[in-house]
Design a binder for this molecule. Structure first.
Ligand SMILES: NC(=O)c1ccc[n+]([C@@H]2O[C@H](COP(=O)([O-])OP(=O)(O)OC[C@H]3O[C@@H](n4cnc5c(N)ncnc54)[C@H](OP(=O)(O)O)[C@@H]3O)[C@@H](O)[C@H]2O)c1
Length: 237
């Protein structure tokens, strides 16, 4: 049976979210592609998939916006089978050392990158509960691993992803006795999602398919690792 899939942060053609949208559409799934502002790339894609691609404005930094989005989506989606929390933002100072970092820019970044996915999960929980096999995927990063941390910069980004990992584990505990819902957090690996990432090993379209297949192996897995790589292998918290 085709799924209802919601993916956040899907407006950029070269980035991961947009390529997840393409991959799920190719499976015949209903895709709710959310963006904080209109995206020409997505609108073009919709001409190819007019019946199954639903574009929804949603700023994950705003509870009001997320609640408005869930009300709109509930008009046509009978349930939600998969949520991919992909959207992220960072402080403009993310690559600076502490001495040069304007710390007042950290909280707005965390509001989107950490609280944003929780807002989405909370708002869509009633629709997730209507699915017999719901999966929530939080897109994390190796930068969110405290155990493997080696950087002295990207403080806000590392904090945001480590906190997202903790939120995932907390919700895993909440859902662990419910066979109809599962949650994982994923380090996707380094992808060629922008000019600065030109040397990265993974193409986002190819990689979205690798992860789509991996997610299916985790849908009912309540005993395996919760923080995993794109290949489904355990990553250190
Ligand atoms: N790229 C990599 O190599 C890599 C490595 C490890 C982990 N990751 C993780 O993988 C995910 C995707 O990475 P990416 O490089 O494809 O990301 P990206 O190009 O930075 O795209 C992030 C998306 O999030 C959206 N966004 C930002 N703030 C938002 C808000 N308030 N509400 C809704 N959407 C918002 C952006 O929207 P706009 O287009 O409107 O700005 C953008 O489309 C992220 O979670 C990232 O941390 C990526």
């Amino acid at each position: 049976m085709n799924q209802y899939v919601l993916i956040t942060g899907t407006g950029r053609e070269m980035a991961l979210g947009f390529n997840f949208v393409r991959r799920y559409l190719e499976q015949g799934d209903h895709v709710i592609a959310t963006v904080r502002k209109p995206s020409e790339a997505l609108e073009k894609l919709q001409t190819q998939w007019p019946d199954t691609l639903h574009i929804q404005l949603m700023d994950i930094g705003s509870t009001e916006s997320v609640n408005a989005a869930v009300a709109a989506v509930a008009e046509y989606a009978p349930r939600m089978d998969l949520i991919i929390n992909n959207a992220v933002t960072t402080s403009p100072d993310t690559n600076k050392e502490l001495e040069d970092f304007d710390l007042d820019t950290v909280m707005p970044a965390l509001n989107v990158a950490t609280v944003g996915p929780l807002r989405v999960i909370k708002a869509f929980l009633p629709l997730l509960k209507k699915s017999d096999n719901a999966l929530i995927v939080n897109i994390s990063s190796e930068a969110g691993s405290i155990g493997a941390c080696y950087r002295s910069t990207y403080i806000d980004y590392g904090m945001a992803k480590a906190a997202l990992n903790m939120a995932t584990k907390t919700l895993y505990n909440k859902f662990k006795d419910d066979p109809k819902i599962n949650i994982i957090t994923v380090h996707p690996g380094w992808m060629r999602t922008n000019e600065g990432n030109a040397k990265a090993p993974f193409d986002p379209y190819d990689h979205a398919e690798t992860m789509r297949l991996m997610f299916e192996t985790k849908r009912h897995d309540k005993t395996g690792p919760i923080f995993v790589t794109y290949a489904g292998e355990e990553y250190p918290w």
